[in-house]
Design a protein around this ligand. Sequence first.
Ligand SMILES: *Cc1c(COP(=O)(O)O)cnc(C)c1O
Length: 379
Amino acid sequence: MPASNRLKIPIIRPYMPVKDDFMAYADQIWQTRQLSNSGPLVQELEDRLRERLRVENLMVFANGHLALDSACKALGLCSGEVITTPFTFLSTAHALSMNGLKPIFCDIKKSDCTIDEEKLEALITSETKAIVPVHVYGFPCNYERIQQIAEKYHLKVIYDAAHAFGVTVDGKGIGDFGDVSMFSFHATKVYHTVEGGAVTYHDPALTNRLRSAKNFGLTSPEEADSISFNAKMTELHAAMGLANLKSVDWQIECRKGLVEHYIHRLSLLKGIRLFRWDKPGVAYNYAYFPVLFEPDLGVTRDEIAERLEKEYHILTRKYFYPLLSDLHCYQDISNSGCTPIAKKIAEQVLTLPLFVEETHEQIDYICDAITEILSEMER
Ligand SMILES: *Cc1c(COP(=O)(O)O)cnc(C)c1O
């Protein structure tokens, strides 16, 4: 079919649950008339998610960003430096900055784009308070090594697990690592509540502090110990979350099939590098399908992205370009530019369309388009 006759292939299409499942939960809201403030559906969702994510403690929030911000507040992090990576979404560094913390950008590994734990120690100073590694694309960080370093220097570890819903490592839920993990349930993520997020944690003493952080700093109806925002999840969002939870395992299975089809189609293609999805002990969630284009193809990643959109109506994303350290708002961070691997990957990476209802035919069409563009260069 000529490209002009086809509908655009989006990068992501949010999954909608069975409407009756959502309506059944919504009916409960009409009966209880409790719309927010940790109502029965929010509590039910928290119980279900605790089980599903295999964690001890979990609290839901209005979104992932405020969940991460609340985690900083609950851990008492309000000054000093925090080591993270520049290869992530704005939210990671913004949440730190808004708490008066200075993000220090560590390089990432070529193999999976997670923080390079061998370069981490050199960035630790007397000001360092915490490490915030990101499970980019749902690829798990080296949690054992990060834990060793954190213990050696008495640092907190907060994982940005926004991409990592449902990922397990050696049977353990990914939210089980570090002191705290943050999940995002935004509409574009593997599992969503339209907007939403959660914090998972070990120390039960954090429960009251997290509850206060998401509710204006209130510690009782008549007392506030700190200044904070409103980050409560509503009952309607929890209804969406409960309905979506019914099919999330099936959704991840679908994603797996799609990723395997991409790998089958692209693994022998010259000029493109795929990430590996076969680390022993890891159950992936297939959140994104990133590929890297080699630098000397005669066509740049940007040109490929543009041609895919203009000529083939295929939307892609440069996740994550630009690096946070290259943004105006982080220009004054002293160590920007010391992340050569991140810089290189940010210039080569493209994430291809991946969503539950995508068809194998659509993936064939996308892979044919990429093959066509790359083979023109060989001539
Ligand atoms: C989506 C995302 C967030 C923020 O989550 P929201 O729920 O959109 O606030 C944070 N970090 C990363 C890496 C993300 O992709």
